[in-house]
Ligand binder design. Structure first.
Ligand SMILES: *Cc1c(COP(=O)(O)O)cnc(C)c1O
Length: 389
């Protein structure tokens, strides 16, 4: 039989490479067709035997990509794709009730933090931000009976602090709360939060899952199909947050090479971090793969096959030298976002504003698939230029 490859028999890498081995039953094509229809024929008996009726709640091409991501995350309840990472994340918070309490990390995606600060009070939901890499601080922030959600991001953007997922899951569970993990920077290549006890994992699929800087998408995957997950599905269907079929098709195309890209990008990041150690113009490297990083011990436990494609450096000459370095690179691209095959550099404090934990001398580096030797030489020349060497 060529139509099905069993998830039991083969690894994630093999299953993703073949997009779950699905074959189009009509043409026998090895690539599934792109479904763009917004509406579907009703059966004479008034039912919808195909399972599809209208494209806002559901789409067959979106389901293909969701199946691959659910497999990568080991998500028993499946995955749901959204029009952006923010749409996915905000759907989780949207499923909470007035009066609920949330604990979230101080180091997290800045636009989501800003959204939580403005939108959650309007819905009668209180959010406390704590350093979730400090488990005592996390434990102390929980209000038993009232805290319904713990939201962590690990490694956390843009300082790449590491939170112990298994410990956070235990703290959340013992208080009757759910744990959701923004795992965008780790990706399922390095970490599977659901295996470690998390209830929901979220990704900006705009980043390394798609990896080609040409799709904005977000995804949630869940361990359990409970009432909370159903409510999130209702929010996606009702608010029209589903990903478009063209984007889902592009995302699935990218997922076929996900393992190759993630391996190359994390190996490149590690080489850069090691090469930058001791650089005269780098005051500090923030990368959980370095054995003197405060997050190393936990990262070594919960990340496998490397530590991800993201690192930051603090430039010795301060903010002006950091901006000057970003101004001088040629191979690195001076742009926001992360996870693409092209390497990006960004002066993050310029984006995040005054209430961010990001220091002004920090440059965020997203490692692509270029030759790491070229990436180092380009960055080294820019650092030297910015310091007047
Ligand atoms: C980019 C990003 C988001 C938001 O995703 P969008 O796809 O831009 O909406 C959330 N979390 C992290 C860690 C991100 O990097």
């Amino acid at each position: 039989m060529q139509d099905d490859i069993s998830p039991v028999d083969f690894s994630c890498r093999s299953l993703a490479a073949q997009a779950m081995g699905r074959i189009d039953p009509v043409t026998r094509a090895v690539v599934m067709p792109l479904h763009v229809a917004t509406t579907f024929i009703r059966d004479p008996d008034n039912g919808y035997s195909s399972g599809y009726s209208y494209a806002r709640p559901d789409n067959a091409t979106v389901r293909e990509a969701e199946a691959v991501i659910a497999m990568l995350e080991g998500a028993q309840a499946g995955a749901m794709l959204f029009g952006s990472g923010m749409a996915a994340a905000t759907a989780v918070f949207g499923a909470l009730e007035p009066g609920d309490h949330v604990v979230a990390g101080t180091v997290m995606y800045w636009a989501l933090k800003r959204w939580l600060r403005t939108e959650m009070p309007r819905r009668g939901i209180t959010v406390d931000f704590v350093a979730t890499d400090d488990l005592d601080a996390l434990r102390a922030a929980i209000r038993p009976g009232q805290t319904k959600l713990v939201w962590i991001e690990t490694p956390g953007n843009p300082l790449w602090t590491v939170t112990d997922i298994a410990a956070a899951a235990e703290i959340a569970r013992s208080a009757g709360a759910r744990l959701a993990v923004d795992s965008t920077a780790a990706s399922p290549f390095h970490t599977r939060p659901l295996d470690l006890g998390a209830d929901i994992v979220m990704h900006s699929a705009t980043k390394i899952l798609n990896g080609h800087s040409d799709v904005v998408a977000g995804v949630l995957a869940a361990a359990k199909a409970d009432g909370f997950w159903e409510r999130i599905a209702g929010i996606r269907a009702g608010s029209g947050g589903i990903l478009g079929p063209f984007e889902a098709y592009l995302l699935m195309r990218s997922l076929r090479t996900f393992h190759l890209r993630a391996a190359a990008q994390s190996a490149g990041a590690m080489r850069l971090a090691l090469a930058l150690r001791g650089h005269p113009h780098v005051a500090r490297i923030l990368y959980p793969g370095l054995d003197d990083d405060p997050g190393y011990a936990v990262a070594a436990r919960q990340m496998r096959d490397g530590f991800g494609f993201m690192l930051s450096i603090r430039v010795a000459g301060g903010e002006a030298a950091a901006i000057g370095t970003a101004a001088r690179v040629r191979l690195w691209k001076r742009a926001t976002s992360l996870g693409g095959v092209e390497s990006l550099i960004e002066h993050r404090a310029s984006v995040e504003g005054p209430d961010s934990p990001c220091p002004p001398d920090l440059l965020r580096l997203s490692t692509g698939i270029e030759d790491p030797v070229d990436l180092y030489r380009d960055l080294d020349a820019a650092l030297r230029g910015a310091h007047g060497d």
